[in-house]
Design a protein around this ligand. Structure first.
Ligand SMILES: Cc1cc2nc3c(=O)[nH]c(=O)nc-3n(C[C@H](O)[C@H](O)[C@H](O)COP(=O)(O)OP(=O)(O)OC[C@H]3O[C@@H](n4cnc5c(N)ncnc54)[C@H](O)[C@@H]3O)c2cc1C
Length: 360
């Protein structure tokens, strides 16, 4: 097993902007508050240090995980055989013309708040999404009809295969719904993102306001309010927000299956959205509810429950383990599949285990 000690630690300590920390458990690093302790932990306060740390660990064949806000991770309990590289490079620069640069470790919602203060439009609908700017291209974060891919112009990557750093166009990341070719592959590290926003001060058309366009500050406030009601803004006091956000992606199915499900449920207005390939995207939360899983399922005293505000969030009520999370996720996935023939796919990144609780 590759070692994380002596000479490697010396090399890492010599990197400017890199601190070596005592490792803390993923239960403290993640928004789900589950998971064991990594082998080691380093914190990079500059983009160069972030790339350099990853390079040195790769050269020593030490497994690593870049962590921003820990809001899209489900990590196994016990000893976790990797070194956490915390992205803490957080400079943000906004030009009058609407060009925004944010380093990977910048808190995403602070980036949104800054752009809104400058009267820039484009990411106000992405207010309140937890985590870091650097993680936003990883799964092309989105909400209320907007995605970061709509405004990304370049992403600065450290490519772990070529060991080179450079700006790439979003096309090279194959951004799609909650997907990029960075997600699950760890092939590159995002060091910085560049976005081009609109200086008009008027929001994009907002789905939750019936397509209305309003001043950006008003748009941000309305999104934060709506997300707050659904437990989708992190609040340490509220266990409904001890989650990884939406636990499953919205499934895309053949039209015939969508028709079958609508007929079976027999309700007017099933949410279904036509896709360019003729298939249809359904709402995972709607399917979960129609399969019989209500908010707060299974019980008030369960360690892991569906949020009491939103059926798509699996939440830790305080003493849960990663296996508890996987157990409820399986119950939901299998229940929806039995009822409707649709197998839901988890949205978060699993580390050291998977939804079937198979340790990796
Ligand atoms: C309450 C709540 C609400 C949420 N709402 C939404 C939502 O509306 N829309 C949405 O899309 N998501 C949502 N999420 C999910 C999550 O916030 C996003 O996926 C976010 O972008 C994750 O950022 P992070 O920094 O916390 O990533 P982490 O959890 O730290 O990491 C997630 C993955 O990204 C990788 N990664 C992180 N930083 C980098 C980097 N710099 N370079 C390369 N890889 C990196 C990690 O290695 C890991 O594989 C929500 C989560 C919560 C808890």
């Amino acid at each position: 097993m590759a070692r994380f000690d002596g000479p490697l630690l010396e090399k890492l300590s010599a990197v400017a902007g890199l601190e070596i920390l005592e490792p803390v458990a993923f239960a403290q690093l993640t928004s789900l508050h589950v998971g064991g302790t990594p082998r080691g932990m380093v914190r990079a306060t500059t983009s160069d240090a972030l790339a350099h740390a990853v390079k040195l660990l790769d050269e020593a064949s030490v497994p690593l995980l870049v962590v921003g806000g820990g809001s899209n991770l489900v990590v196994a309990e016990g000893d976790v055989d990797l070194v956490v590289v915390l992205a803490a490079n957080d400079a943000v620069n906004v030009s009058e013309q609407g060009i925004v640069h944010a380093e990977a470790g910048a808190v995403w919602d602070s980036v949104v708040a800054t752009t809104v203060e400058h009267g820039l439009s484009g990411i106000e609908a992405l207010s309140g999404i937890p985590g870091s700017a650097g993680a936003t291209p990883v799964q092309n974060v989105g909400a209320y009809g907007a995605e970061v891919g709509d405004v990304l112009t370049q992403v600065k990557l450290y490519n772990r295969e070529t060991k080179e750093t450079g700006w790439v166009k979003p096309e090279q990341l194959e951004l799609a719904y909650r997907y990029s070719n960075l997600k699950f592959t760890n092939r590159a590290v995002v060091l910085e993102i560049e976005m081009e926003l609109d200086p008009s001060g008027v929001s994009i058309p907002l789905r939750h306001l019936g397509g209305q366009q309003v001043p950006v500050a008003e748009a941000r406030a309305s999104v934060l309010e709506l997300r707050g009601q659904k437990g989708m803004v992190i609040n340490p006091e509220d266990h409904d927000t001890w989650s990884a956000g939406s636990f499953f992606t919205n499934p895309v199915v053949d039209k015939a299956l969508a028709d079958e499900i609508e007929a079976k449920v027999g309700e007017e207005g099933m949410p279904r959205f036509a896709q360019p390939d003729g298939r249809e995207k359904l709402a995972a939360a709607w399917l979960i509810e129609r399969a019989g899983f209500r908010r707060g399922y299974p019980a008030e005293d369960a360690p892991v429950r569906l949020s009491t505000k939103h059926t798509l969030a699996i939440t830790n009520r305080g003493g849960a383990t990663a296996s508890d999370v996987a157990g409820l996720a399986r119950t939901i996935r299998d229940g929806v599949e039995r009822e409707f023939g649709v197998r839901l796919v988890p949205e978060p990144v699993w580390i050291g285990m998977d939804i079937d609780d198979i340790q990796k």
